[in-house]
Design a protein around this ligand. Structure first.
Ligand SMILES: C[S@@+](CC[C@H](N)C(=O)[O-])C[C@H]1O[C@@H](n2cnc3c(N)ncnc32)[C@H](O)[C@@H]1O
Length: 235
């Protein structure tokens, strides 16, 4: 007899799980251990899911976990790059979590017919979330929710986007997050302080090179820092 175990998620994955609509057809891209689909099935939020993974190591670990939780028949595990594992219309909700912003943008861009058929993207970039917000807004997606989750000394950003037009955002809100700002998220000040630290470090490094110092990137970074400081003062 197979022993049924209950999965406990990290705070970060639990926060992502809260954005998955009841009964939606879910795909978790870059699933690694497949914890997210397993948790959502155990909680009866969804009855089945697709889990995509590009690397064989994590693919095998997902296979193992699904076997251990006796959920192999409910999760279709697929080996492949990004959205290539999906047919257009196969998934309503797609989670892409734990990767860098540029990788997420690549995944969103490479299979436009699949991307266009999705009803909701839930993304959690490890870096460069501002780039992904910008990608969404300039590709007819509107940001409908955001969250910040502190865990193990980091602050994770989650962005939820659905098809539709977004009003053009003030530049600095791509970095901060429009919902995080408008809702005065409890971790907003910490989030802005982290951005200030990160951009200051980048600017300091650029000062070492005369060319970098004179570049437009340097002045964009300086403008961003000024805007972030001004926002922080309002809190
Ligand atoms: C840090 S793990 C995050 C796992 C899980 N999504 C989470 O948030 O806990 C990133 C996973 O994404 C996978 N990955 C990276 N690029 C991918 C791509 N283009 N398509 C599918 N999976 C990818 C990696 O192999 C790895 O297993």
């Amino acid at each position: 007899m197979i022993e049924v175990r209950w999965l406990h998620l990290s705070k970060r994955l639990a926060a992502i799980a809260r954005f998955v609509p009841q009964s939606s057809r879910l795909a978790d891209i870059g699933t690694d251990h497949a914890y997210l689909p397993i948790f959502l099935i155990q909680k009866h939020v969804i009855s089945s899911a697709i889990a995509g993974e590009v690397n064989t190591g994590p693919y095998r670990s997902a296979e193992e976990t699904l076997k251990r939780f006796a959920l192999k028949s409910q999760v279709s595990l697929r080996l492949g790059d990004g959205l290539s594992v999906l047919h257009p219309g196969e998934a309503e909700t797609v989670v892409i979590a734990g990767m860098g912003g540029p990788t997420i943008i690549n995944i969103l861009s490479q299979h436009p017919r699949v991307t266009q058929s999705v009803q909701r993207f839930i993304i959690q970039p490890m870096i460069a979330t501002g780039l992904v917000r910008r990608w969404f807004v300039s590709h007819q997606w509107r940001i409908v929710a955001e969250d910040l989750v502190p865990e193990e000394g980091r602050l994770y950003e989650i962005v939820v986007a659905e098809p539709g037009c977004s009003p053009h955002l003030e530049d600095i809100l791509y970095d901060i997050g429009p919902f995080l700002w408008n809702s005065r998220h409890p971790f907003l000040k910490e989030h802005i302080s982290l951005l200030i630290r990160q951009y200051s470090r980048m600017r300091e490094n650029m000062k070492a090179s005369e060319r970098a110092h004179a570049s437009s990137k340097f002045s964009i970074l300086s403008d961003k820092l000024e805007a972030l400081e001004a926002r922080r003062k309002c809190l």
